[in-house]
Design a protein. Structure first.
Ligand SMILES: NC(=O)c1ccc[n+]([C@@H]2O[C@H](COP(=O)([O-])OP(=O)(O)OC[C@H]3O[C@@H](n4cnc5c(N)ncnc54)[C@H](OP(=O)(O)O)[C@@H]3O)[C@@H](O)[C@H]2O)c1
Length: 273
């Protein structure tokens, strides 16, 4: 499988496609991650709050693949924003790794106003070699600008909800202007966008599945994606998107599906800990 990679603003490279493991029960995670790795996946996106870091780490350890060939992301949960060094140490212990490739602040949780302190801790964790790159997730423009104006390191990525019915064009443009790569979470809209008639029409013409068309739209936008699947068949289907192209008309038709529809929480009001 020929997965393209993107160079981040710190010079590190990230595979543009991978596997997300949100809502993957811990007892199933090792099996699915192992299957994905055996079938060419080299990028796993987990988080402390997903409760499956140990199983992700076990699959990596047993894969026989060299550590530096697998890109591993985990995330600092909201309740640990004043405690990032200990939180990352716990994640590394569970993953069985001495560093991750990318560590993200999971949500800004603006009511608590701790994300700037957390960012300064992440800068130190990067200096200490415990994570190669650092970034944020669910940050809006004002959160990004505040971080950038008050610290040394510009986030390497901003991981945000993006799918055809939530195109996020302004925020993706803002990320790009700031030198920040965009990762698209829930790239399939957790299935919500799979039945759309425009996507079905393009899929029919190209003899591809709706999921493949949506994932290809993300890739051609330059976004980084890691669809979650617990099915071997769909894990293979989702990765099989690097031998066809959408036309400019296809891209515009999918862009036009933007309806501002979230499947997850709004970062402005999400303050769960
Ligand atoms: N930073 C954040 O706040 C945040 C929030 C949410 C998610 N994420 C990350 O983004 C990753 C992906 O997002 P997500 O898991 O929410 O949603 P998603 O990847 O958009 O959708 C996953 C759902 O789609 C189904 N699916 C996958 N491939 C399919 C296919 N080819 N055809 C039909 N159905 C398919 C899966 O079912 P099966 O498993 O049965 O295939 C599952 O129900 C997460 O795993 C996580 O790593 C981050």
């Amino acid at each position: 499988m020929n997965i393209p990679s993107i160079t981040l603003n710190d010079g590190n490279r990230i595979p543009q496609f991978g596997l997300g493991v949100f809502l993957m029960p811990a007892e199933e995670t090792k099996e699915h991650v192992a299957y994905a790795l055996a079938n060419g996946y080299r990028h796993i996106d987990t988080a402390a709050i997903y409760g499956n870091e140990r199983e992700v780490g076990a699959a990596i350890a047993e894969s026989g693949i060299a550590r530096d060939e697998i890109f591993v992301t985990t995330k600092l949960w909201n309740s640990r924003q004043t405690d990032a060094p200990a939180a990352l140490a716990e994640s590394l212990e569970k993953l069985g790794l001495d560093h991750v490739d990318l560590y993200l602040i999971h949500w800004p949780t603006p009511d608590f106003d701790n994300y700037l302190q957390a960012w300064h801790d992440l800068e130190q964790l990067r200096s200490d070699g415990l994570t190669r790159s650092i970034g944020v997730s669910n940050f809006h423009q004002q959160h990004l600008r505040r971080v950038i104006e008050n610290s040394e390191v510009v986030p390497a990525v901003n991981q945000i909800e993006v799918h055809p019915s939530l195109g996020q064009f302004d925020l993706v443009d803002a990320n790009t202007e700031l030198g920040i790569a965009t990762e698209a979470w829930s790239p399939l809209g957790r299935r919500a966008d799979l039945d759309d008639q425009v996507i079905a029409g393009i899929a029919h013409r190209l003899e591809r599945t709706p999921a493949q068309v949506i994932l290809r739209w993300h890739i051609q936008r330059g976004l980084i994606v890691f669809p979650k699947s617990s099915s071997p068949e769909r894990l293979r289907e989702n990765a099989d998107i690097f031998d066809f192209e959408l036309t400019a008309d296809d891209m515009r038709a999918i862009d036009a599906l933007d309806a501002g529809n979230r499947v997850g929480p709004d970062p402005e009001t999400f303050n769960r800990r």
